[in-house]
Design a protein around this ligand. Structure first.
Ligand code: ADP
Ligand code: MG
Length: 434
């Protein structure tokens, strides 16, 4: 992965990891002030948020957010329908702004737009969609500037607001993480999909042809989910799932480790055992044939079942697979499959984080004998947050890879919903009034 990251930074169009330039060359300092909005689009839900920032002393004075689920038909419809839906929810949210938020007279409201799909940015506030991932597929949006699409939809709603920052969720999480802790150098998302961003030395980006940023840094959105390699062991289940997906051959690393897919891999293994070994009796349960019926949160619930008769596993198999009575042995096998799939994912995710640390030169003790700098990785996403066996396996693997000395200086930190506040902070630092 590190080799592919270097190819991506050179601009090699065949690089497996795109290493997108984000135009974020400064992360939040804590001095940000004023009222800002953020909108986070990237998975099953989208979030709108407003925050009143009070500068170095007061920090976050007030914040409110709302979560809206995206009707599935909008994820595969037209660009206009999706953006109209989002703009309308945003507009309704703005209407509920209370007196504890203050916009100075004569100023326009400003928004940080978190858009968690690969985008080729041309500035901090513009960029064209490269491709959809994670179950979205809206052909007429590919190649379009997502800021202008959202802007037009906001105009159609009569909403007067300027989008001052377009950021990937990893970049938002990095910004939010840095605001909370100055030692944050990278951010990882493990939710519906997976991705990573980190602070790169601008001199180490051969494809960057602009002026060298004054900070000397540039945040890179790795888009590591698209990594693939013949060194990644793909099983028959992975191959079949990929083949039948909306994006065959793409996002292979993501398909091995992220929340959208883990439950589906478990389902495919159970289905094979139902066919070949009559796991659920002589007939294969028809519900088990349905792609994506077994969701990762259900897998996690089964995996965490520590009751002596694996009661939760039994209940989930009844609900999801439609088999009312399962033997303890069948429940045990199911739980064991969850364990294998989750452990593989967690170990591969930890390997990716180790790759980022290697790229940053934070994978070994400094050669000159000096102290290892404190290194914080901000992590977010429902998979990491809620799937405890996954996150603890990820952490212990990272410790194994780094060794005791280095890992004592490396901290992983949950940056809960850091991307929303991060986008608002970046909207503030790129304000038209700043
Ligand atoms: P997104 O990635 O869509 O922005 P989140 O970060 O909230 O959203 O992640 C949601 C994903 O996290 C879900 O698709 C699911 O795969 C995973 N997830 C949520 N809750 C759990 C859970 N309890 N156990 C395991 N995975 C979960
Ligand atoms: Mg998200």
């Amino acid at each position: 992965m590190v080799t592919e990251m270097e190819r991506g930074l050179r601009g090699d169009s065949h690089a497996m990891v795109k290493m997108l330039i984000t135009y974020v060359d400064n992360l939040p300092t804590g001095n940000e002030q004023g009222l800002f909005y953020a909108l986070d689009l990237g998975g099953t839900n989208f979030r709108v948020l407003r925050v009143q920032l009070g500068g170095k002393e007061k920090r976050v004075v007030q914040q409110q957010y709302e979560e809206v689920s995206i009707p599935p038909h909008l994820m595969v419809g037209t660009s206009m329908e999706l953006f109209d839906f989002i703009a309308s929810a945003l507009s309704k949210f703005v209407d509920t702004e209370g007196d504890d938020f203050h916009l100075p007279e004569g100023r326009q409201r400003e928004l940080g737009f978190t858009f968690s799909f690969p985008v080729s940015q041309t500035s901090i506030s513009s960029g064209t969609l490269i491709k959809w991932t994670k179950g979205f597929s809206i052909n007429d949006a590919v190649g379009e500037d997502v800021v202008s699409e959202l802007g037009k939809a906001m105009e159609r709603q009569g909403l007067d607001m300027k989008i001052t920052a377009l950021v990937n969720d990893t970049v938002g999480t990095l910004a939010g993480g840095r605001y909370a802790d100055n030692s944050v150098v990278a951010a990882i998302i493990l939710g519906t999909g997976t991705n990573a961003a980190y602070v790169e030395n601008a001199n180490a980006i051969p494809k960057w042809t602009g002026l060298l940023p004054r900070s000397g840094n540039m945040v890179i959105n790795t888009e590591w989910g698209s990594f693939k390699s013949d060194k990644l062991p793909l099983s028959e289940f992975d191959k079949a799932m990929d083949f039948e997906s909306l994006n065959p051959g793409e996002q292979i690393y993501e398909k091995l480790i992220s929340g959208m897919y883990l439950g589906e891999i478990v389902r495919r293994i159970l289905l094979k055992l139902a066919h070949d070994a009559a796991l659920f009796g002589d007939v294969v349960p028809s519900k088990l044939e349905q792609p994506f019926v077994l969701r990762t949160p259900d897998m996690s619930a089964m995996h965490h079942d520590s009751s002596h008769d694996l009661k939760t596993v039994g209940a989930k198999l009844k609900d999801i697979v439609g088999v009312p009575d399962t033997s303890l042995e069948v429940r045990y096998i199911t739980s064991h499959i969850c364990d294998i799939v989750a452990e593989r994912a967690a170990r591969l995710a930890a390997a990716g984080i180790y790759g980022v640390l290697k790229k940053l030169g934070r994978d070994k003790m400094p050669k000159d004998g000096s102290k290892m700098p404190r290194t914080v990785i901000a992590l977010d996403g429902g998979l990491y947050e809620h799937y405890k066996k996954f996150s603890s396996c990820l952490e212990s693997t990272l410790t194994d890879l780094l060794g005791d000395d280095v890992s004592s200086s490396v901290v992983t930190k949950l940056a809960n919903d850091g991307s929303g506040i991060g986008a608002a902070l970046l909207a503030a630092s790129h304000s038209q009034y700043a």
